[in-house]
Design a binder for this molecule. Sequence first.
Ligand SMILES: *Cc1c(COP(=O)(O)O)cnc(C)c1O
Length: 385
Amino acid sequence: MTESSIISLDEEAVQNNVAFLKKKIGKNVIISAVVKANAYGHGIEEIVPLFEKYGIKHYSVFSYEEAIRVYNSLSDPHPIMIMGWISDENMIDIIKKRIEFFIFNTERLQVALSYAKSLNTKINIHLEVETGMNRSGLNINQLNSAISLIKENKDYIDVVGFCTHLAGAESISNHSRIQKQLKKYNQLLTVLKKNNIKPQYRHVANSAASFVYPKARMDMVRIGIMLYGFWSSTEVFIQYINNKANKTDPLDRILSWKSQIMSIKDVKCGEFVSYGLSYLAQTNIRTALIPIGYASGYSRSLSNKGIILIQNQICGVIGVVNMNMIIADISNLPDAKIGDEVVVIGKQNGLEIKVSAFSEISDQLNYEVLAHLSESIKRTVANKQ
Ligand SMILES: *Cc1c(COP(=O)(O)O)cnc(C)c1O
């Protein structure tokens, strides 16, 4: 390996996850693959062609830049939907490329409409309504003014979707809040229908909601974390697996992250390791230096807590996580040598370091660990045999 570390994607896991989700969600519901945050750290350019290969025909992103990266990664044209940020300057390109986007306030609609008129073309919008998350979305008054604008400008606006986002479907503690949101959504949908506007896709569910509230699947679901092989929360997994005879996880993790030993050192009892006083050798130990750090996405909160795999054994990270390096205790590996493989995330023979292990020891969400994986790490695809 010439790189200091490398992320590899398991094509078979992609195939498995897409097949599982398609089967569970049913063929009448479209799966939009959420590939924001560099496809949850997996790499847009690497994962999008795989999703496409296994039959994903709709893509959701947060921003203009991500939308363009997806656009350039697809081999056939499929709908791309921007759920968040587009600057006014980029609106023209979005409209020309027929990329779809959320309308979450009336200002956005007015800006987009004026560009549509100047280009003499249609914009493809999803009306996002406020149903109780209080983050983004049109309230009833804003929805009414959007409806007037839409009716007055039928030739320039195509209402593709009507949507909202649920505030925490992965936890049963939010159950009544979610129910209220669904009710509110349906009320607002009635307002739209009364005005004879019929969106092609009603969509509200992310991964968790698609499983916990099957009614929320409607016409389309926006699936992120589960496509990558993770359950939104342990609760969602337990709820799913509870009445199944087979208790094995039907999802497979796609991503693994590997590095190698860069240097080895013997440290005497009583010496400190790395910056400051955070790790004191209690006996004579042997350490391995590994060229990953918080700049590559290995959180400082894993200082003295992280674990990695070398030579099929779990080794602890000692001392603080540096910008580009971590140090592991390899006292139990007398044969370890420079260049040995280090598994940071993923499997080595029978053992596995899961992203959830990071989350548990350092209070980070799976989502957060993945989103922090630096874009500068090279991604490769491990093809099917
Ligand atoms: C991120 C996001 C999703 C996907 O959520 P997952 O929990 O990863 O499935 C869906 N909808 C919106 C609006 C999002 O921002």
